[in-house]
Design a protein around this ligand. Structure first.
Ligand code: BEZ
Length: 253
């Protein structure tokens, strides 16, 4: 019987293979435009690299993440970082803004997330975020689906990811009590500095973790072989088919 491994976060592995995630956060930081003295909640802060930029802008930041190892690393940077599930936020009307980069798509219960963000904001407060959008990493998902299907597994039942279209997420935001000022899908081909197999090890544990070794390693190689003609350029660089959903919404009342 296959051993089921759920996604877990190692700050060390993340820093080695996924440092591009915070590094590419500039557009959403600009959309947030943090001001000195503002109280900001960083939702899904990871290892705190972007949180530090909010602090450097003069904001008073509380950072939360569900991964204890990520939070330990964020605290080691001197940040006010707390282990908290984004689907169970406990804050009440205390933030001028809620910020999130590359985290919301890991949260399946979006109704709970949006209710918690709404509660956490002061009336008129802003929710500014970037997440995976519709068609994000589509080639990778198809290749994972093929490798899993050969083993009798359904990738769509295992996926931890939620990549909405702009229209679908606008509706969710409005239903949760936000006025949406700006929401857009932004294709962003993304270089994977450590290659696709390291990316799969870091991000696709929910899929490949359901296959026992040594077949798990074979499945990862199959996924890479399927993707090579599509995602590797002529210089040997892996470029993933990332698509972002970026938005700015205001708590209505
Ligand atoms: C993303 O940031 O878009 C992403 C990260 C991990 C897996 C899939 C997507």
């Amino acid at each position: 019987m296959a051993e089921i491994a759920r996604q877990h976060w190692s700050a060390e592995r993340y820093a080695e293979t996924a440092h591009f995630v915070p590094a590419l956060g500039t557009p959403v930081l600009e959309l947030l435009s943090p001001a000195p003295g503002e109280r900001i909640l960083d939702l899904g802060c990871g290892d705190g690299v972007l949180t530090e930029k909010l602090v450097a802008a003069g904001a008073m930041v509380v950072a939360v993440d569900a991964g204890p190892d990520m939070i330990a690393t964020a605290r080691a940077r001197g940040l006010d970082a707390r282990v908290m599930d984004g689907q169970k936020l406990t804050f009440e009307g205390e933030f001028d803004a809620v910020f999130s980069n590359a985290a919301l798509h890991w949260m399946r219960d979006q109704r709970a997330v949006l209710a918690g963000v709404h509660r956490a904001l002061k009336p008129g407060g802003r929710f500014v975020a970037e997440m995976g959008g519709h068609n994000n990493t589509a080639a990778i998902i198809v290749a994972l689906s093929a490798a899993l299907a050969r083993r009798g597994l359904d990738a769509h039942r295992l996926t931890p990811w939620y990549f909405p279209s702009a229209d679908a997420y606008r509706k969710k935001l409005e239903e949760a009590g936000f006025n949406v000022e700006d929401i857009a899908i932004v294709p962003r081909p993304t270089t994977l500095p450590a290659g696709i197999e390291a990316w799969l090890d870091t991000f696709a544990e929910d899929f490949l973790g359901s296959i026992a070794e040594p077949d798990r390693s074979r499945a990862r190689t199959e996924v890479a072989d399927l993707l090579r003609p599509v995602l590797m350029d002529e210089t040997g660089t892996w470029i993933a088919d990332y698509v972002r959903l970026r938005f700015r919404a205001i708590r209505a009342e």
